[in-house]
Design a protein around this ligand. Structure first.
Ligand code: CA
Ligand code: ZN
Length: 311
């Protein structure tokens, strides 16, 4: 049996003063149970919103102390599995999100999961939407500040990157002993932008393992999956986030991969993709994706691992 962390161990900020609720060894598998972004306060579409506690929004489960992690270490989190609940929820909230000008009527919509899709009922009938379960909030605790779990930044947090799926890995820079990892805010599916201000919000379980890797100059947060690397940049505006993402990918290609600046620039422009993660959180998040095939062809094999690389 794997270690298990129940969702009642929820935090609403990445804060160095939070006591860890569980400790894991590197490479040890941990199942993290998570609440939806409304802390499961909305059970039906007619629930009175007067009782809704807005301080309990975007819960993350944790913090998890990772043995052997020191400030400055680069920690790789492998998302081994994501299991989502049978039902997910969307909320149209007048005045909120990137579609605020259009949304006049508050509405909560439950979407039932059937096999590998969720069902959205529209005026023109039911639509089956393939699921792509992903983790909205994932990160490690910063050293000298407290960041609400609804905010994305250099520590990770509410990045709402739809690539944070089963089989992906995220790299973070630890700032405190043990890293103090947390995650939550699962989406059954979400599009780039998250324009309404939510995806298909759901509860579930995320199975992870963590390890320190030997990659001192790695720009973080950075996501890896079978086909690409993506740096994740959050800033007050999309323009600033794009600039930061460009800088981070340039750093990755020059310092981690070892290419020259102009080669990196040409490759970023030819085969890289600058994409939006979300434009509805307190900071905007964009990612710069770079395909692995190009790096494979150039002889770059992987981001530095240590002898403790998980089997
Ligand atoms: Ca989110
Ligand atoms: Zn969410």
């Amino acid at each position: 049996m794997h270690k298990f962390l129940a969702r009642d161990k929820a935090i609403y900020s990445f804060d160095p003063n939070h006591e860890p609720v569980i400790s894991i060894d590197q490479c040890e598998v941990l199942v993290v149970e998570t609440m939806d972004c409304f802390a499961e306060q909305i059970k039906s579409k007619d629930d009175a919103m007067e009782a809704f506690d807005w301080s309990r929004i975007n819960p993350a489960t944790g913090p998890v102390y990772i043995q052997g992690v020191k400030p400055g270490d680069i920690v790789r989190i492998d998302i081994l599995k994501i299991e989502i609940a049978e039902s997910s929820l969307m909320a149209c909230i007048p005045g909120a999100g990137a579609l605020a000008d259009h949304i006049a009527e508050a509405e909560r919509t439950f979407l039932k999961k059937e096999d590998n899709h969720i069902v959205l009922e529209t005026e023109r009938g039911k639509l089956d939407i393939p699921i792509n379960p992903m983790v909205g909030v994932i990160g490690m605790t910063p050293a000298n500040k407290s960041v609400p779990t609804g905010t994305p930044d250099a520590h990770g947090g509410n990045m709402d990157c739809r690539l944070a799926t089963e089989g992906s890995s995220l790299y973070f820079k630890a700032e405190v002993e043990g890293g103090l990892f947390a995650c939550g805010d699962l989406h059954a599916v979400m599009g780039d932008g998250e324009v309404l201000i939510c995806g298909a919000e759901t509860s579930g379980e995320v199975t992870i393992r963590a390890q320190v890797v030997d990659a001192p100059n790695l720009p973080t947060p950075l996501l890896e999956n079978a086909g690409l690397y993506a740096v994740l940049a959050s800033a007050e505006t999309v323009d600033e986030a794009c600039k930061l993402a460009n800088d981070m990918m340039m750093s990755f290609l020059t310092k981690t991969v070892g290419l020259g600046v102009n080669d990196s620039a040409r490759l970023m422009s030819l085969v890289g993709n600058l994409r939006i993660c979300q434009i509805v959180d307190p900071l905007m998040t964009v990612r710069f994706e770079f395909p692995k095939w190009a790096l494979d062809d150039l002889g770059f094999t992987h981001i530095g691992r240590t002898e403790t690389t998980c089997k």
